[in-house]
Ligand binder design. Structure first.
Ligand code: KG4
Ligand code: ZN
Length: 341
């Protein structure tokens, strides 16, 4: 079964064809990074406009033969309103015109299924740590239909924290890859930053860590807490920037692995997987593998960590296998803030 996936929930316009949820036939991603870079973050209206401009070409590039497409899957939640609208309206129109069944897919679920592409079959129960720009969640999956969110962030998502800290340090958007790069030359023990302590074991908090970087960087340049965050970067030396990047990355990663390890001990999964943009982070991958020896740990291929449509198509395949019914293409709504469960 070949499924066309369409993804446009944030700042990537993507279309992909995936066979049986595991084999990529085509995978096209149009990234808006260059467009948003000058603003230092995603501007929703600009994102939606860019999606409109490129979505047809992206789909055309992904689909060589409409005759071989069995179904269309599209991200309908969560995400930016305008961005979600473009993808879902495109998918709804194509489903009607080409007479294909249409399956709505939740973005977090899609990220998880990036792990099923080009990988050995994963055994349930699965413990998934989803770490992206918008989410930080621990999900326990008994099967393809039985998902339970066992923990999540109380404030910022970890990717959002990477992005905000990068901004303080004057590193380019998106912050995750630029912090990882700067951290390579930094001393991760240069600054002591606190790990959040919560009374619920599988939850996370990252806003305190972001504030700790802000305070430590203000004091590193000899200023107090009233000094504007936007003025710090130009006063930091290259070495300070690298040391802050490394120290922050170490603490953020340790916070994530603490929660994952605790959940793994308590829930006894047969498989652990990571998903979402931050799961591309090498330090996180190394630390998870170092600290958790059992069960097997899976990561998506680096190109499938950040937003793409192959994961949307893969997710739909397993949904259909488990009996999901298609949506009405005339009525499919978007849900910008919908939770996974
Ligand atoms: O999954 P994704 O593409 O979009 C959302 O669903 O949010 O994740 C984007 C996030 C951004 O915050 C970006 O800074 C982060 O993933 N990211 C990384 C890395 N690559 C992307 N964070 C840390 N290390 C990386 N190598
Ligand atoms: Zn995402």
């Amino acid at each position: 079964m070949k499924i066309l996936g369409i993804e446009s929930s944030c700042d990537e316009t993507a279309a992909a064809v995936v066979e049986n949820g595991t084999k990529i036939i085509s995978n096209v991603v149009h990234s808006q990074i260059d467009i948003h870079k000058k603003y230092g973050g995603v501007v929703p209206e600009v994102a939606a406009r860019s999606h409109i401009e490129v979505v047809n070409a992206v789909v055309d590039e992904a689909v060589l033969d409409w005759g071989e497409i069995d179904a269309i899957a599209v991200t309908y939640a969560p995400g930016l309103i305008g961005s979600l609208m473009v993808g879902t309206l495109t998918a709804r129109t194509l489903a009607l015109l080409k007479n294909k069944p249409l399956y709505p897919i939740h973005h977090i679920r899609a990220h998880i299924y990036a792990n099923f592409i080009d990988q050995p079959v994963l055994r349930f129960p699965i413990l998934a740590l989803v770490v992206s720009g918008g989410h930080t969640q621990l999900v326990f999956m008994k099967n393809h239909q039985d998902f339970r969110v066992i923990g999540g962030t109380r404030d910022d998502a970890v990717g959002e924290c990477f992005d905000k800290v990068a901004k303080i340090l004057g590193l380019p958007y998106p912050g995750g890859p630029s912090i990882a790069e700067a951290a390579k030359s930094g001393d991760e023990n240069a600054y002591r930053l606190p790990k959040s302590k919560l009374d619920t074991p599988y939850d996370f908090s990252f806003s305190g860590l972001k504030t700790a970087v802000l305070r430590a960087s203000q004091s590193a340049i000899g200023e107090d807490f009233a000094f504007p965050s936007t003025e710090i970067a130009k006063r930091l030396s290259q070495k300070q920037r690298q040391d802050f990047a490394a120290s922050f990355q170490k603490t953020a990663v340790a916070t994530l692995v603490d929660g994952l390890q605790k959940a793994a001990n308590d829930f006894h999964p047969a498989t652990i997987l990571l998903a979402g943009g931050v799961s591309a982070n090498q330090k996180l991958r190394e630390e998870v593998k170092k600290r958790i020896k059992n069960p097997p740990i899976h990561f998506p291929k680096p190109a499938l960590c950040t937003d793409n449509a192959a994961m949307v198509a893969a997710s739909a395949f397993f949904d259909i296998q488990s009996g999901a019914q298609p949506a009405d293409p005339k009525n499919l709504e978007i849900f910008p803030t919908k939770h996974l469960i």
